[in-house]
Design a protein around this ligand. Structure first.
Ligand SMILES: [Zn+2]
Length: 291
């Protein structure tokens, strides 16, 4: 039955695992280092869980996609440095485009972005704002036609941990990425307080309905096994006011100064929770798309 809980690793399918001393419900794959719940949701059950979550989103409380564009400028600047040739004009896919703010930032930077997003209501909102998002899943035949295209950059921000089959994820990625293209990953990681902190919903937002969490080392290992090389890796640039939870879509000079002055401390704090990396098909790899 498709609803049976799964006990294997979403990447290497190995079943045996080492319990994490902090919580015996969480185990680590001895092969690829991926963290997961001892019993993870099967894809059908996970999709229902996500559907219910998405149905509960109050659209009227979500700001328009352009509201947060300014927040992404540091991230976009980093991508410009790490992915030469993509800006301007490059075709970009945002996997799990959500409320569309990264699509908006990509468009502002001169790229040609499209998003793929399971939540139909969010897709409708994003399209109403004049951006291109398609309802579907990141899998061939279910991407609203985007799987017929080839992309210069595929961004997966805070979503890789939803994928029940990471081999399939990487196969889809290789299929739509140009041989000269880049893959940008941004993710929480297993030591994140958001993952462990029950009040913040380990069993919800980052717990029960995710399939697991990769450490930076585990993700780098998976990418290399899948024929990619990591060309940039860091903990992402932070703005102090944002980090402190001040809702400030407009970048203020004081924020820039504080961020620069406190960057070593902020990076340490950020490293507890998040990481990002940019990878590209390794030279000599023959796994690029046929078309
Ligand atoms: Zn594994």
């Amino acid at each position: 039955m498709t609803d049976a809980l799964l006990r294997d690793c979403p990447y290497c399918r190995r079943v045996d695992a080492v319990a994490d001393p902090r919580d015996p419900e969480i185990v680590v794959c001895p092969d690829c280092g991926f963290y997961r719940l001892r019993e993870r949701l099967a894809p059908a059950a996970q999709r229902r869980f996500l559907q219910d979550y998405n149905d509960g989103i109050k659209l009227e409380e979500i700001p328009s996609p352009s509201t947060w564009t300014a927040r992404c400028r540091g991230e976009i600047a980093q991508l410009r440095r790490s992915c030469p040739g993509v800006f301007p004009g490059g075709r970009v896919l945002d996997v799990g485009s959500g409320t569309g703010y990264f699509l908006s930032a990509l468009r502002e930077a001169g790229a040609r972005p499209s998003g793929i997003e399971p939540a139909a209501r969010l897709v409708g909102m994003v399209r109403a704002a004049g951006l291109d998002a398609r309802q579907g899943f990141f899998e061939p035949g279910n991407m609203g036609g985007l799987d017929q295209e080839r992309f210069d950059l595929v961004a997966a921000r805070e979503c890789v941990y939803y994928f029940a089959d990471l081999k399939a994820f990487f196969a889809t990625l290789r299929g739509i990425l140009r041989p000269t293209g880049y893959f940008y990953l941004r993710s929480h990681q297993p030591k994140s307080c958001f993952y462990w902190g029950r009040p913040r919903g380990r069993l919800e937002r980052y717990g029960r309905y995710v399939q697991g969490m990769a450490t930076p080392a585990a993700m780098k290992g998976m990418l290399e096994r899948e024929g990619f090389e990591v060309v940039a890796f860091d903990y992402f640039p932070h703005r102090v006011l944002y980090f402190c939870g001040v809702d400030s879509p407009v970048v203020k000079p004081v924020d820039v100064v504080l961020s620069w002055a406190l960057r070593p401390i902020l990076k340490r704090l950020a490293a507890l929770n998040w990481f990002w990396m940019v990878a590209r098909p390794a030279p000599g790899e023959k796994r690029g798309p046929a078309a």
